[in-house]
Ligand binder design. Structure first.
Ligand SMILES: [Zn+2]
Length: 346
């Protein structure tokens, strides 16, 4: 599969006429947009919110600005910050315990925080506003939450997980550590490419994914170096990739990454380790694969695999959700072969 859009092919358009899109009711993008949280929370609830975040966010400016904005509208807020990286479902249960009395749940953080906040809000049937601090998982606009159940990552997919409002403020992404910018940026790149080629893709998704890919590939290296304009562009690219993959799903690279994250490798790094191999297996455009490899090499992402390849391959084979999206049929032997290549680094 080559990355190109076939706008002029009437058959292509006709063949893609059946699809559905699930999106937040409102998306607010722009510098300082986090300060609009008070207005938005007021429209959705009666004046009591739970903010879900990570321990690392507690002293950050963005959280203070958000609480100020809520206070200005007379909205009470409690803060729950006990979210682990690659969070277990137990984080959600604990969060739900803290949420008593809140009619709006606000998640501000990376994908782990947002997934916990979304799942807690969906299970409690409260309104939800999501604000990403990384570019990113795109989780602020999807109806999916990935959580560990008995030590294994599992993707929950449900329309009720869709946020009511997503606020994407590039300003709050400017102080993130370099390695986090790199790994979350590669995740966004993987979302764009994988959903472009997903069996569930359609022309709307492909259009978003194509533009997201172009933005991310041109800006990720500069964003890691701290270029503020590039960080803003990455915020937009990751949002667009999120809108796309939320409606087409990801595929083989994400399936291969889950067993690595079960061992503790952060999601973006795990995706970076397997993405070029998955694209090669799928017969993706060679030029794009070289481009992706170059970015991953420059960002120096990747860690050693500790687990047994056969065991990991079994976990992947059970991941019907991702494998059914993949453009090419995958067997157990294929997966073992790919993991062997990853280990060798060929
Ligand atoms: Zn991902």
């Amino acid at each position: 599969m080559c990355i190109s859009l076939k706008y002029n092919n009437p058959d292509f358009l006709l063949n893609n006429m059946q699809f559905e899109l699930i999106l937040p009711k409102k998306i607010i993008f722009g510098a300082a947009s986090v300060e609009r949280i008070g207005d938005e929370a007021k429209k959705l609830g009666d004046g009591s919110t739970l903010i879900v975040t990570s321990r690392g966010m507690i002293k950050r400016d963005a959280l203070r600005k958000m609480i100020d904005s809520l206070n200005n509208q007379g909205i009470n807020s409690k803060v729950f910050y006990e979210v682990d990286p690659e969070p277990p479902i137990e984080n959600v249960y604990k969060c739900m315990g803290f949420a008593e009395g809140a009619d709006v749940i606000i998640g501000i953080g990376g994908g782990s925080v947002i997934d916990v906040a979304k799942k807690a809000a969906a299970d409690l049937d409260t309104k939800k506003i999501m604000i990403p601090t990384t570019a990113g998982t795109g989780s602020e606009v999807t109806h999916e939450a990935v959580l560990k159940v008995e030590g294994k990552k599992r993707a929950f997919v449900d329309e009720n997980l869709t946020p009511n409002v997503a606020i994407v403020d590039p300003d709050i992404m400017k102080t993130m550590p370099k390695r986090l910018v790199a790994s979350s940026g590669i995740d966004a790149l993987a979302h764009a490419i994988e959903c472009y080629d997903s069996k569930r893709s359609n022309l709307l998704v492909k259009t978003l994914a194509f533009e997201a890919y172009m933005i991310i590939k041109d800006n990720l290296r500069k964003a890691v170096e701290g270029d503020e304009k590039a960080i803003g562009n990455m915020a937009l690219g990751s949002l667009m990739a999120g809108l796309a993959f939320g409606n087409s799903g990801t595929a083989l690279a994400h399936a291969l990454s889950y067993p690595l994250s079960n061992e503790g490798i952060p999601h973006g790094e795990a995706v970076a380790m397997v993405l070029p191999y998955a694209l090669e297996f799928n017969g993706f455009d060679a030029g794009v694969i070289e481009e992706v490899k170059g970015i991953i090499r420059d960002l120096k992402l990747g860690r050693k695999i500790k687990g047994g390849i056969e065991e990991m391959a079994k976990v992947v084979m059970d991941d019907k959700k991702h494998l059914s999206n993949n453009p090419r049929e995958v067997t157990y032997d294929d997966i073992v072969n790919i993991y062997r290549q990853v280990v060798k680094g060929v």
